[in-house]
Design a binder for this molecule. Sequence first.
Ligand SMILES: NC(=O)c1ccc[n+]([C@@H]2O[C@H](COP(=O)([O-])OP(=O)(O)OC[C@H]3O[C@@H](n4cnc5c(N)ncnc54)[C@H](OP(=O)(O)O)[C@@H]3O)[C@@H](O)[C@H]2O)c1
Length: 286
Amino acid sequence: MPIRQPPVTLTDVTDLNTPRTILLTGATSGIGKALARRLAVECHSLILQGPEPTNRVQSLLAELRASGTAVAYVQIDYCNLAEVSAGAELIKAAGKIDVVVNNAAIPGPQAFHQTTDGTEATLQVNAIAPAFLTQCLLRHLQPGVRIVNVGSAAHHFAELDLADLEFRTGYSSTAAYGRSKLALVAWSLWLARSLAGTGIDVITVCPGVTDTPLSAAMMGRIGASPVRGAGRVYRAISADVPTGTYLESDRPAPSSADALDARFQAKVVEMIRGSWPAVARPPHEA
Ligand SMILES: NC(=O)c1ccc[n+]([C@@H]2O[C@H](COP(=O)([O-])OP(=O)(O)OC[C@H]3O[C@@H](n4cnc5c(N)ncnc54)[C@H](OP(=O)(O)O)[C@@H]3O)[C@@H](O)[C@H]2O)c1
């Protein structure tokens, strides 16, 4: 009978003290803000993204810079893919990146909402835009880079009907959020496979139920502090786990059957790429 290994629980490592530049999206609230505070005292420089104009986040930036870390801020609203490609150019101009953390997301809106790009908003902000940002940055990333995509255990209970991207049937806030996270996790696992051998790692992590504006909008005030959620993403940045690992509760875990299915992943990737307007596509994708 095979001996079952006990599940490994990740613990903190401190190698982030070596000079590192981390791109962190969704840094202006909740888990991202808590993670930015932690990273500001440990890494060389931070490039932060949020949807707000810089003047609205000045006090956070000043607080982070007080630790001596260089902090750049890029305003990108993921509801507009042209902003994503323009923001990617600013990010690239900031220099070499060692870690990309795709953390930004929205809760499902109470009622169906379409972006100016013509896509259901949750799917665009939580899956299509982070994939697009990553694609825009890929040629800029060197071997040794780690991409951490913040997914959610909500993807286990979600369905994504690729024939109903407009969500004409069964729309609800939580269903919209769940399917967007299923798309993100499936894309993330596909990306890990497609980048295998390049030296670029892709890790997917669920931070756990966390008391933030996102969770409050869908479930009320529940969950752990953003500091705990940030700790889980932090360990995904630094953990010695292979590319393609999906982490829940600080442990490698199986993602859903759909997310693991290569055919489903390919369809999701096709949908994601098909949602990028040609005008906003990076030159090598046009
Ligand atoms: N909270 C949970 O229980 C939970 C559980 C599992 C997974 N997660 C995941 O954890 C990550 C962080 O979520 P959170 O709970 O910390 O949420 P949050 O506090 O609402 O933070 C979300 C971040 O995304 C930004 N954002 C919102 N709309 C955007 C847009 N249109 N374009 C670009 N950025 C936008 C927000 O900016 P603002 O400053 O304007 O809000 C904020 O910085 C998400 O990927 C989420 O799906 C959360």
